[in-house]
Design a binder for this molecule. Structure first.
Ligand code: HEM
Length: 240
């Protein structure tokens, strides 16, 4: 059973993640979108969108540090376990709460705005359910177990298991001994990875990063020949 959960399942889900993205790009290039609903409602979105997205970016950075950086590296750099715990639990709590609040507002907005609710697909609902569950259990782990409770050193089991998957030396025993809430969080996350390519979450890989530096107004010079030139067929390249 442990081999199925912590070896077979991770590889199935990660294969679905990788192959699914290629498949989606190949067969549904024009459906590769956030399916933005900004046009229907902007007041709540203006708060909920940034709250969720900045929160989840913080969560991502936290996961990269917590799961990918071995404990031996931070202690070799002179960072004590107490100092690591203090930084990770405070950063994790802030990022987790921002993500949960943003997500609750996004789902509330989607349910309460009739035009957005009508545009919500079955796949959207499945995705929100799974994403909500992953985020809720993750935040429970940080808040209830690591901030308020006795704490669990996930860098000694969950993180080592996570890395073992990517070096093709999966170690199921590490996860088998982890607390149930950490196991559940990882299983839900694997489910989310499997579903990811078939949902609007594909937009993560085409985030409009250029928006951060684009000019507000684009000036273009006039065509020097103006109306004197006969129009050409099809698209014309926009010059300067
Ligand atoms: C297999 C993949 C994953 C593993 C092994 C994992 C592991 C963990 C661990 C160990 C914690 C507790 C951190 C702490 O207490 O400081 C955590 C927290 C959390 N996780 Fe994950 N996670 C995974 C994927 C995800 C994904 C895909 C999401 C969301 C899309 C997510 C969202 C969260 C959130 C919101 C928290 C609480 C805030 C935080 O500590 O950053 N996790 N996760």
């Amino acid at each position: 059973m442990n081999t199925v959960l912590w070896v077979v399942l991770p590889y199935i889900c990660l294969t679905s993640f990788v192959v699914g993205h290629f498949w989606r790009y190949r067969y549904d290039k024009f459906g590769w979108t956030t399916r933005s609903s900004q046009i229907y409602e902007n007041r709540l979105l203006a708060w909920a969108g940034p709250l969720f997205h900045f929160g989840i970016l913080g969560v991502l950075v936290g996961h990269a540090l917590g799961l990918l950086v071995p404990e031996s590296w931070t202690s070799a750099a002179g960072i004590s376990e107490d100092a690591y715990h203090a930084v990770s639990v405070s950063g994790g709590t802030l990022a987790g709460l921002m993500t949960v609040t943003g997500l609750v507002l996004l789902v509330y907005r989607r349910r309460m705005t009739p035009s957005i609710f009508r545009a919500t697909t079955v796949m959207d609902k499945a995705m929100y359910l799974l994403l909500g569950a992953v985020v809720a259990v993750g935040t429970y782990n940080t808040l209830v177990i690591n901030l308020l409770g006795a704490g669990h050193d996930y860098r000694a089991d969950v993180a080592v298991w996570f890395r073992s998957i990517f070096v093709f030396q999966p170690d199921a025993a590490l996860m088998a001994g982890a607390p149930i809430a950490f196991q559940l969080h990882a299983l839900l996350a694997l489910g989310l990875f499997a579903l990811w390519p078939f949902t609007r979450l594909v937009h993560v890989f085409s985030a409009p990063v250029g928006y951060l530096v684009r000019p507000y107004i684009v000036y273009r010079s006039r065509d020097p020949l103006g109306a004197a030139r006969a129009p050409r067929r099809g698209w014309e390249r926009v010059g300067s």
